[in-house]
Every structure is written in structure tokens, then in C-alpha cells.
Design a protein around this ligand. Sequence first.
Ligand code: SAM
Length: 379
Amino acid sequence: MTCKDGKADNVANEALPRPTYLPFYPMNPGDGPHSYVQNSSYQRGVVDIAKPIIEDEIARKLDIKNLSSTTPNCFWVADFGCSTGHNSFPAMQIVTQAIYQKHASSGLITPKVPELFVVFNDVITNDFNTLFSTLPPYRNYNAIGVPGDFHGRLLPESSLHFAYSSWALQWLTEVPKAVAESGSPAWNKGEILYTRDRVEVCAAYLNQYAKDLEAFMEARAVEMVSGGLMALLVPAVPAFWNPETEYTIPSDLNLLGSCLMDMAKKGKFSEAKVDSFNLPFYFTTPEQLKAILESSHSFALERLEILNNPGKYTLPSVNARAAFFRAVLEGLLTDHFGSDIIDELFTLYMEKLAASPVFLNPDKDKSIVILAVLKRRSD
Ligand SMILES: C[S@@+](CC[C@H](N)C(=O)[O-])C[C@H]1O[C@@H](n2cnc3c(N)ncnc32)[C@H](O)[C@@H]1O
């Protein structure tokens, strides 16, 4: 897929390493009332707030002269975990525009405008039909879809110039095994995600997160050209916040877990069914993320910024908040509990949200988004 001599490098026969992972549950497809398209303005906000930083990093650090000489006149960008595309398209517009501007101002002797290719990646079950049927008709790049797990290799060696991923790295390849094992010190009985007081559970989740993020970085290290840039937008939590008076995304998920427990107590399903369900998500702190990224031998961490959570004012009602979580979680929940429970679960969740003095105040949302920019080192 690199375009040296206009030919594609053939990697089809290479055995690309693939980790084991959960069956994947994509975001709700289509553009109906429960779809991710209609219910992801929370994630959308981050694109605008990150725009000036991404533009600045490309303008100052993308070494267009050297990169252009590795794959003459071709430039490859990829969005890892793009979902149905509607948040990815504005992001890819920003990135590609900034690359063109950098090229225009770079004083290359042959100022031939490079051809840009954007790779849209997500899990194989993602609704790529919605993505491709809603691609912006006037765009400055060629669009390509690459389905597959981004923790493994997806692209040819040394082919990628700019990697991007937003709101996707919190998904783990699997729930840590100890968390689901009764009798283990990290058994997460009665909860569906780690809570702060369960130290062993938190440690097991963090360990899995670090392992997965390292696998992501290793795969990108092979795919990216030396000097290539990577921008990661990572949903996170601060190291310190007060769970009595404030909340973060994990608090919402814990609240949803309490609704499942209530339903089990009413006999809708067994408590054991809830015990055996854990969400494959981890929301890092800035310190944890920095330590993992800095341990990479292949990438230099150029910038790490905590963005004031731009999404928090986009969920103005209990209905909007429930719809946001439903669009992300419905596939996972349906697979474990069946589709019959979904409406009742989210109705109960809305009742609990409405009764809480904390959750309805966006200023109490302490969730953050981290923007990390990394540069591929030379080997
Ligand atoms: C919350 S959505 C974010 C989508 C989009 N980036 C945005 O900002 O709206 C997370 C996306 O990451 C995808 N994803 C999660 N784990 C993945 C993996 N291992 N490989 C590829 N995509 C993955 C999910 O399928 C989902 O579409």
C-alpha cells in the first residue's frame, strides 16, 4: 500500500501478529434515534478543541521534505477507531488541510501537491456502510477502509505518515481475567467496572490497559515512517476528584451497574449474571498515560495536554445522557443480558440520574480528554 513506483507493497502473505480479543461490539449502527451518529456529540466536541494543537504540531514538526522523499508524492493518514465516520470526517479534514498547508509552505523544489490517502479503521463489525455512504463529497483525500483490531498490524511496514485515534483507546481487548474469577482478590462481584475502593480490580484493569496500549504502539511503530506523527485523543480522569460531589465517565458506568443489580434483585435475571459481566474499558489518569507512552522505544512523546472536557455541556438532559451511553453499550449489554432488558435498564438509569444532585450538573463532570502527540523515532 505504499506507493513507491505506483505499486502496492505486497503484505498479504505475511503473517501479521494478532492478539486474542473479545468479540467486538461496535457502536450502534445507522442514523436512527439510538445510533452513534445521533448520540455522540460528547465525543465530537474534542475534535474542535484539539484542532489548533494538531494544526500547530503538523506545522512545526511534520518533516514534509523527508517524509515526501520516502513515498514520493503520496501521504498516508489513518484514523484508528473511526466508528461511523461523522466525528472522524471533520478530524480528517483538519489533519489533511494542515498537511497541505505544511506542504505549500515547505519550499520544496518540486511543489507537486501530494496525493493524500486516509485509512478509516474500526472493528470488522463496524457499520462501514454508513461511513462510506456519508463521506463528504468534497474532500481533499482518497478514502480507504481497513477493518480489524488496531492492537495488531493493519498496514504495511513504513507506510503511514500520520496516525490519529480519538475516544477509542479506552476499549480493552479483554476484561482482565482475574476480575471475572470468583475467589480471586480482584473478583469484581456486584460491579460492572472497577471502583476506586477495589484496589486489586483497579490494578488488574490498569495492567490490561498498559498491555493493550503497548500493543497498539508496537503495531504503529512498524507501520509508521520515521518522523511520522501520531495524535491520540484519550478519554481520561484526573488523579484526584471527589466521588461524593463530582463524577466522571466511570461513575456513570458504575451507576448503570447499580441499575443492573436492582433489576437482578427484582428477579429479571440472576445476580450471578451481573457478577459475570464486566465492561472492557479503562479511563486512564494523565500520569498513567504519560508513563506508558514514555516507555516506548519507538516513539518520542512530543506533547501531552489535558483538554478541558469539551463534551460535558453537550448532554443537557437525562435522556441525552442515557442515549449517549446506550449508543456505545447496547451491543455489549444485549450480548450478555439479551435485548429485552435494554429499554427498562435505560429507563431505570434515567430515573437514577434524575434523582442525583450530582449527575445533572455538567460543572461536576470531572472527566477529561488527553491529547498526546508522538513522533516516530528513527530506528
Ligand atoms: C467511542 S467510539 C469513538 C469513535 C470516533 N473516533 C469518535 O471520536 O466519535 C470508539 C470506537 O473505537 C472502536 N474500537 C474499539 N476497539 C477497537 C479495536 N481494537 N480496533 C479497532 N477499533 C476499535 C469501536 O468499535 C468504536 O467505533
